[in-house]
Each structure stands twice: as structure tokens, then as C-alpha cells.
Write a protein that binds this ligand. Sequence first.
Ligand code: 4AD
Length: 455
Amino acid sequence: SKKVVLTEDSSLPAAQLIRIQDTVERRDTRVKVFGWVHRQRVQGKDMMFVVLRDGTGFLQCVMTDRLCHSFDALTLTLESAIAVYGVIREVPAGKTAPDGHELIVDYWQVVGKAPGGDDSFSNRVSEESDPSLLLQQRHLVLRGDRASSILKVRARVMRAFRDHFDGNGYFEVTPPCMVQTEVEGGSTLFEFDYYGEKAYLTQSSQLYLETCLPSMGAVYTLSESYRAEKSNTRRHLSEYTHCEAEIPFISFNDLLDTIEAMVKGVVKRVWEEPATRAMITQLNPEFKPYTEPFVRMRYEEAIKWLNDQGVKRAEDGLDFEFGDDIPEAPERKMTDAIGKPILLTHFPGPIKAFYMPATKEDPRVTESVDLLMPGVGEVVGGSMRIWDHDQLLAAFQRQGLNPDVYYWYLDQRKYGTCPHGGFGLGIERFIAWITNSRTVRDCCLYPRFVGRCQP
Ligand code: 4AD
């Protein structure tokens, strides 16, 4: 058969370059769209459907006659980058397509062809592939419906956090990730050589946020935190995005209200954006914003709840006792059984970080809080901070920390100290909750955890 070469018909109106998100308003005009072949279906020898993806949406394209007889058409593969030209028309009644319309193509070109055969995209990543293979091919997995939707929801959620804080009088700061102080215990520190000195990747920006209070008032950050977590769990990463905030002149109760208002406020913001809401609904059909008050529960009541329900300690099969850490599994069991967000408060000092103050009424417990969400468990950890200089010094000594390296943190308690508190929220866990993802590994671009530092 004669070789078919496609050319653009110069008598047609010039095509306007647009992105798929703008196709609805550009119906019935001639446009040009770049994108990747997301799906492809050949119908007979004179018709071909391509669903084009450009990140802003999906567009069904119809190629007929000569347009599907060219060499490029006959060898077109999934994930090839192409340019399509034509007019967007509403689909006939009874037919469905993204946005209810399709591009009737009059000319198209290949920009970058993807391989077929053994090296084809669908051979590299398929739904049935095992998880470790999918992680190794994560750069390709990202193009899939679920992965790309989760990352887009994540982008909107991060913007919502920023909007929430900016709209409530906070300033954003970006503290350093290379530090010489620990915040959350020595066992999860990543250590590295810093020009011959010992340094760490930060576990939390909290201490730096505290130093910003007299300078800027309430502050927040969306920064990476690092934890050398030796165990493989569904909710621990070695590197995660940490949303942290710190507020001066507040009480512990104010802190609890602040956390609750933030979670509700951020969810409301993303839910009010139609495109984001549609993605969330697709990912997690059960999801709806939670408007009732969060459950507030003391650590001691949680211990009692576990014992009443017959949940036992993993290590010895005995009842939980006051002072025990509540591990991931029982925490999840309790949160799922209660089925509502829980602000769990007043943890015993010894199982919590050095900077948490004891309560006045009961010195055994601290002004501390974890927010637990159904399906995920802990998404927020926060507390008031010891604001008295000598009490803080004593806390360092108790923990065996050298106060000298914390001179700047102690200075906070010297130059105009004040009661203050804050919290940290793990963005991946928050996204896992909203999108009903089994693991936080699906909620970040390239997850880092024991044994994985690629791609
Ligand atoms: O409870 P954490 O350890 O608290 C802090 O780091 C405080 N300094 C925060 C603050 O008050 N400014 O961590 C806070 C949150 C956790 O609730 C969890 O959501 C997340 O950070 N997180 C992790 N997320 C993923 N992988 C890990 N390894 C995480 N460790 C903590």
C-alpha cells in the first residue's frame, strides 16, 4: 500500500495551543493540544480513539481515515508524546468521554515515541506487578490514574495548609535540614559528616520555629524531616514532609482547638475545590469532611479502653499499664473502633520528648497531644513546651543531652520567655487518610524507607 504522509491543511483556521483544562471553554474552535497517549483503541481500520493526558486533564481524540493509516498511527504506542490538531465537539447523546466532549482530529504528529514490544510501557508497569517492582519503576507508575491523582491531591492539600496558616496570621519559614541537635530522640537520627564535624538530618523543625516566635509571632513550615526508622511499617518513611506550626501565648486547650480547627479548615478548603473534590471522591468514595467535634481522650483513658476491650501487649500478652507506649497496632484498633478523630492527650513524661512540660495537677503526665485518624492512626504530634529556663536545663540533664549545643534554644527561655506550643503533622499520613491509601509510601513522590533510596 502507498505510504501515507500526513500534512496539516493550510486552509483550516489556525489552531490555538491550549491545555486540556481549557478544552471546555474552547469547544467548537480549532485547537492544538500536546500530551501523552494514556489509552488507545483501534476500531476497524479507519478509526482510532486516543485518550490524551497532559496533567491538567484527559481528552478523547478521534482519528479517522488517513489519520490512522500513517506509519506513526499504525505503530502508535501507549505513553508516546503527541500533538493533536482539530475541533472539540460535544459527544453525541448516549456516548461518554472525559468532560463530555472529544477532539475531532484533522492533523496530528508524534513528538516522542514510546517503545512497543517487550519494552512497552504496559510490560514495564502493570497492576499485577509486585510492590517492590512497582517501587523500582515508580517514575513510570507516577503516570497512572491513582498515583497521579494522589500527587495532585497532595499538591492541593499543601496549598490549603499554606492558605490556612497565611489566612490566620502565621508566617512561613524554611529552617535548615542540616542540624547538630536532636529533637525526637537519638535512636532515629541520620548522622553525616559536615566538613569534619558530626551533624544530623533534622527530625523536626520545631526548635527553630520556637526561636521565631519573638521575631514573627506564630510561624509554620512545610519542610522535610528525617527519621532513621529501622522497622518496615505502613506509616513510617525515612524522609517525610512535615507541616509544623508554633504559636506564642497559648494554653494547652488553645493548642487542641488550633489543631482541630486546622484539620477541619484544610479539609474544607480542598473539599470546596470541585476538581480536588472529584479526585478525592474517586480515590476514596467514603470520604466526607468531618464537622462534629473531635473526641478528646486522655492517655489514661486509652489504656483503660484497651484493657476493657481485651487488647493485650504484644511482648508479653499482658494488660497495658500506665506508662506503656501505645504501639501502632493497638492505637489503630482503638481509632478504627471509635471511628472518629481522637485528640489523645496527657501522655506520661518518660515516653515523650524532653521539651514537654508536666501538668500542674498531675506531674506524671505532660501537656501533650496526638491526633489519631481512623484508618491511619497518629497524624499529628504536639505539645506545650517547657518555657522556664531552669526546668528546661533539668530536662536536658534528665535526658543526657548536652545543653551547650542547645544554647540558642535555652536563650529563648532567657530573653522574654512565654508559654507556647505547637505541633507537627505528617503530610503523607494526612494524604493517606484523605485518599484511603494503604501506605504512606503511595502518598509521596519517591518514598524513602529502609532499603530504598531509588529512584
Ligand atoms: O510526633 P512527632 O515525632 O513530633 C515531632 O516531631 C514534634 N517535634 C512536632 C512538633 O511539635 N513541631 O512527629 C509529628 C508527626 C507525626 O504525628 C507523624 O504524622 C509524622 O510527624 N511522622 C512521620 N511520618 C512519616 N514517617 C515517619 N517516620 C514519621 N515520624 C513522624
